[in-house]
Design a protein around this ligand. Structure first.
Ligand code: EPS
Length: 374
């Protein structure tokens, strides 16, 4: 199972082609749209989210909501395109009135412009490097999450911190903090937790580097725009504890293997061990600031200048948590589909059940996870 996406932030649409999804699965499109709406929320969001109302349009691979086993094509329209049609039209040469030649620190602008010969207008880079693309990843992940839910696996996420504040954007303190950051023309990052519950043990493998589940998930998480750090379970604390404190002791109760703690975050030897998989991820502050930073002008012999001001989000930590949750859902579904039979939904579900049986019910409930951080 795999997918490709296409689309620029202010182009006509985002497109994804998904290949290898099991046949015979009924898609709940309303549920996908709910997840897209979740991604658009957050106190730190800027003007663009007032323009967009993301909804998925499916144009291939599905008939009367049932997957056919053929490639599935999802589309999300960029409503803002109507305001950018002249400069972003894919098929008409209308000329660019205001090229951007001052690359923003922290964005793909400078290196992307040099690499792809776009120094005359870094918009050719930033349009694709934009986190707008995360919308289509959420649509794809929401489809994968439905597949996982059909075998009892649940993926969820929460915001742990924004800037130096612990908590999420529901907190009035954090909202006031974000208002201050906005007034300063600045931006802020944060951290999120992603959890996978009722994960069957034995997914992934210790036998080869590219089959290790933690390696696969870490790569996927770090591919999300602005994600700079990732850890599993007790994470960096494991570098401080001694072995006797760090490792999760094994119990055998009522015919099931259990763990006293979950410091490993549900993965040992590159394989799920039946405990909830718990990951944390850190997002850097958004590189588009209203407050200008020093840069150079690529069109003026590298003269010192300041970054251009555009509208910007202040914090996208809430959106990042939704995106991360869906990226993880896709990757878990992908690994399962590779490891098990997945031509049809019936084969897939039967194989997950068989795996659970083989691993002797090595699945524990999420309650145990509350012991995972000390
Ligand atoms: C983004 C810049 C902003 C964000 C955008 C990501 O867009 P604009 O330049 O149109 O104001 O709103 O995020 C989204 C559009 C989205 O859907 O999340 C960037 O430079 O990465």
């Amino acid at each position: 199972m795999r997918y490709l996406t296409a689309g620029e932030s202010h182009g006509p649409q985002l497109t994804a082609i998904i290949e290898g999804f099991p046949a015979g699965f009924f898609i709940d499109f309303e549920q996908i749209n709910k997840q897209l709406a979740r991604r658009q929320q957050g106190h730190g969001r800027g003007g663009r989210m007032k323009i967009e109302t993301d909804t998925v349009r499916c144009v291939a691979g599905v008939r009367q909501t049932k997957t056919l086993g053929s490639p599935i094509c999802f589309i999300i329209e960029n409503k803002d395109y109507t305001n950018w049609e002249e400069t972003m039209h894919p098929m008409e040469r209308t000329g660019v009135a205001h090229p951007q030649t001052a690359p923003r620190p922290g964005h793909a602008d400078l290196v992307g412009a040099l690499k792809y010969h776009h120094t005359d207008d870094v918009r050719n880079v930033l349009e694709r490097a934009s986190a707008r693309e995360t919308a289509i990843h959420v649509a794809i992940g929401a489809l994968a999450a439905q597949l996982l839910a059909s075998v009892g696996i649940r993926v969820s996420s929460r915001v742990l911190s924004i800037g130096s504040y612990e908590g999420d954007e529901q907190s009035l303190d954090i909202q006031a903090y974000l208002d201050t950051v906005r007034a300063q023309g600045d931006s802020v990052g944060g951290s999120v937790e992603i959890m996978i519950e009722q994960m069957p043990a034995g997914v992934g493998s210790y036998v080869h580097y590219d089959r290790k589940l933690d390696g696969i998930l870490a790569q996927a998480m770090l591919s999300i725009n602005a994600c700079k750090a990732i850890s599993f379970g007790a994470g960096v604390q494991l570098g401080i504890w001694q072995g006797s404190q760090a490792h999760d002791e094994i119990l055998y109760e009522n015919g099931m293997y259990k763990r006293k703690t979950n410091h490993a975050g549900g993965i040992e030897g590159g394989m799920s061990n039946g405990m909830p998989i718990v990951m944390t991820a850190t997002l850097k502050p958004i590189p588009t600031l209203m407050k200008p930073l020093q840069t150079i002008d690529l069109a003026k012999h590298n003269e010192v200048t300041q970054t251009f001001r555009e509208r910007s989000d202040v914090s996208v930590v809430h959106a990042f948590s939704v995106v991360a949750e869906h990226v993880v859902a896709w990757n878990i579904a992908q690994v399962l589909c590779e490891q098990l039979r997945s031509d049809t939904i019936e084969q897939f579900q039967a194989d997950v059940q068989q795996l659970r049986k083989q691993m002797r019910g090595m699945v524990t409930d999420a309650k145990v996870n509350s012991e995972c951080t000390e």
